[in-house]
Design a protein around this ligand. Structure first.
Ligand SMILES: Nc1ncnc2c1ncn2[C@@H]1O[C@H](COP(=O)(O)OP(=O)(O)OP(=O)(O)O)[C@@H](O)[C@H]1O
Length: 273
């Protein structure tokens, strides 16, 4: 059945199947029947989404709607605090299954948090720490990864002469780009970001946005944001979360110009949230 785009739909109906990717679209990550419980409280009841490769997908919605719960489940950050049911399919493997080596999986599905959390180490060591732990010893190779990761995170020019300096001496925006560089150094496929710019000033925010737009050439990006302009500026797709459900999922330009669901429209118009 064709959907009438102007019609306000029944908001309790599952809408996840409305968006149809092109047949040749590569899906980097997909959740199926995902449900998350904190004790008996079902924080996410309908969280089925597909993420297209080399695109940015924003997760938006009011506080408590389940965005972070969803995002954190994607690379098993909720394992110790919640029960996550359902499948998270990555390259044909359900990475939500018990057999999966979570640390190995996180090399492929990296996460950047809201507050920049660099290690109290030098800029260089922030990038090389995990690589060395994994047994990489070759100095030239390590230096090359430091340079490429910092370049990709648009921080290289500012820190290249100071790689031995403490990461804690960097500005908030620079620290966040260092954390992004640290995540990239592991060569992930997918980068998850939980409000990465919400603690930053407008200039740093705009630099992070530029960085993400460049990174999407090589990475699939999923970002939680409260900033509607940010979602509109940088993302290809947007998922609107409401009370633990993905209520609407579509191309970003459609979500922000012609949302199909009234509640989405209310949220992006600033009527609640
Ligand atoms: N560690 C936790 N333990 C218990 N309940 C939690 C926990 N984390 C989140 N919740 C609950 O799960 C629901 C969804 O929260 P979540 O943080 O995912 O929402 P959100 O959309 O990311 O909100 P915000 O925008 O405020 O970060 C809320 O009811 C919240 O209270």
């Amino acid at each position: 059945m064709m959907m009438d785009e102007n019609k306000v739909l029944n908001t309790t109906a599952p809408l996840r199947n409305i968006y149809r990717f092109d047949e040749d679209a590569e899906i980097a990550l997909e959740t199926k029947d995902l449900k998350v419980f904190y004790g008996n409280n079902e924080a996410l009841s309908e969280g089925d989404l597909q993420f297209e490769r080399y695109k940015i997908t924003s997760l938006i919605g009011a506080s408590g709607s389940g965005k972070s719960t969803f995002l954190r489940s994607l690379n098993r950050m909720n394992d110790t605090v919640a029960t996550v049911k359902g499948n998270i399919m990555y390259r044909g493997i359900d990475i939500n299954s018990k057999e999966v080596d979570v640390y190995e999986m996180r090399r492929h599905v990296g996460m950047v948090f809201q507050r920049p959390n660099p290690f109290a180490k030098s800029i260089r060591d922030n990038i090389t720490f995990a690589l060395k732990q994994r047994g990489m010893k070759d100095k030239a190779q390590l230096e090359e990864i430091v340079e490429t990761s910092l370049k990709q995170a648009a921080l290289w020019d500012q820190v290249k002469d100071d790689l031995g300096k403490s990461a804690l001496a960097l500005s908030g925006g620079q620290q966040q780009r260092l954390v992004i560089a640290r995540a990239i150094a592991m060569k992930p496929d997918i980068l998850l970001l939980d409000e990465p710019a919400s603690a930053l000033d407008p200039i740093s925010t705009s630099q992070i946005e530029d960085t993400l737009l460049e990174l999407k050439e090589k990475y699939t990006i999923v970002i939680v944001t409260h900033n509607m302009q940010q979602a509109a500026r940088i993302s290809d797709y947007t998922a609107f979360f409401h009370m633990g459900k993905v209520l609407e999922y579509d191309e970003t330009r459609k979500i922000f110009t012609r949302p199909k669901v009234e509640i989405t429209n209310d949220y992006i118009s600033g009527n609640f949230g």
